[in-house]
Design a protein around this ligand. Structure first.
Ligand code: FE
Length: 336
């Protein structure tokens, strides 16, 4: 009872000091403005909810940790299951679910507990020289470790998130022993030490330094859209390798809700909007990725690279193998 007047005053002071809650959400994004802006504009047009986006190059987790409960962030946007899972493991996210999300996002592409939701996919594929690699010469991930490719393969660092996820997928399918043999075989086939980004490997094929390379699908679209890089893209075929008894390795771009999201209701609305077929196609087409909602289609250019069956593994199972995969990359001294 003694506290009652103080409490009333406190609440009053609070309501006077606090700004009127705006209809807005705040996003921290590792993805570029040209991919995100069309989506946030469409969301605002449909719902009247304003969207503020902080585009970050790095340090998202550290920033969220430093801001703690005062963080304005509602959602985080990033690529790669490992980055999403890092945020989950740091305790920075909260589980969400809804009928809409479940209907639009296939089970393999969301956390069973609802902490992260995939919104687009990209396959990790083989780029093969049109001149020096015949159709059907490379069809599986296993093929990459075959000695017939000795001195003919290029790839970026084994410790890059894209390759760590691929190695995790190999571990999932072949076990640690099988994956060790695979990674050792792949290393023995490299034309040069791992270096550069995915596009640099295709450039190396164009320049005659290697015959096949590992890369993500969307870079084909990006290279074709670039005056200088178009020749690199034109020198290769896209091959969708598979695992024995499985499909092609894919990864996601995805979304997670921040644990302390001040605008959780509107943030969930944004997630549902992003998962809608309409938004999925805007999002996927902007970066030559694959939309994941049932009934959606990739850009015609992307469809032209061919159809493939995505590996059915839940990406969470790959995230769990990540530390072992990094250890394996170090053990075989892949980059050395
Ligand atoms: Fe990329």
């Amino acid at each position: 009872m003694f506290d009652a007047p103080k409490l009333t005053l406190g609440l009053l002071a609070c309501s006077l000091a606090a700004p009127v809650l705006a209809d807005e959400i705040n996003i921290y994004s590792y993805r570029q403005p040209e991919l995100i802006k069309p989506l946030t504009d469409a969301f605002t047009a449909e719902t009247g909810v304003d969207v503020n986006v902080a585009y970050l190059q790095k340090g998202m987790i550290e920033r969220l940790q430093a801001e703690g409960a005062r963080s304005p962030a509602d959602l985080i946007f990033t690529v790669d299951i490992s980055r999403l899972n890092d945020a989950v493991e740091a305790g920075l996210t909260q589980p969400v679910t809804s009928e809409t999300l479940i209907a639009n996002v296939p089970a393999a592409y969301h956390d069973p507990d609802g902490h992260w939701w995939g919104m687009t996919t990209r396959a990790r594929i083989v780029y093969a020289s049109k001149e020096r690699v015949k159709d059907g010469e490379v069809t599986t991930y296993d093929d990459l470790a075959d000695p017939k490719w000795k001195g003919r393969i290029c790839t970026r660092s084994g410790t890059h998130a894209y390759n760590v996820a691929l190695t995790s997928a190999v571990m999932h399918h072949l076990g640690t022993e099988g994956a060790t043999a695979w990674l050792t075989g792949l290393k023995a086939n490299l034309a040069r030490k791992p270096q550069g980004n995915d596009r640099a490997q295709v450039k190396a094929i164009w320049a005659g330094e290697c015959d096949i390379a590992i890369g993500n699908t969307y870079y084909m679209g990006k290279m074709l859209a670039d005056d200088e890089q178009k020749a690199w893209a034109d020198s290769v075929n896209v091959v969708f390798p598979t695992f024995a008894g499985g499909g092609t390795h894919v990864n996601i771009s995805g979304v997670a809700m921040v644990k302390t999201a001040p605008n959780a209701d509107n943030a969930l609305k944004m997630m549902e909007f992003l998962s809608s077929p309409e938004a999925q196609e805007i999002y996927a087409h902007a970066n030559f990725e694959y939309p994941i909602a049932p009934g959606t289609k990739a850009d015609p250019l992307v469809e032209g690279w061919g159809s493939f069956e995505a590996d059915a593994v839940n990406l969470m199972d790959l995230a769990k193998l990540r530390k072992d995969a990094i250890k394996l990359v170090e053990t075989v001294d892949f980059d050395g």
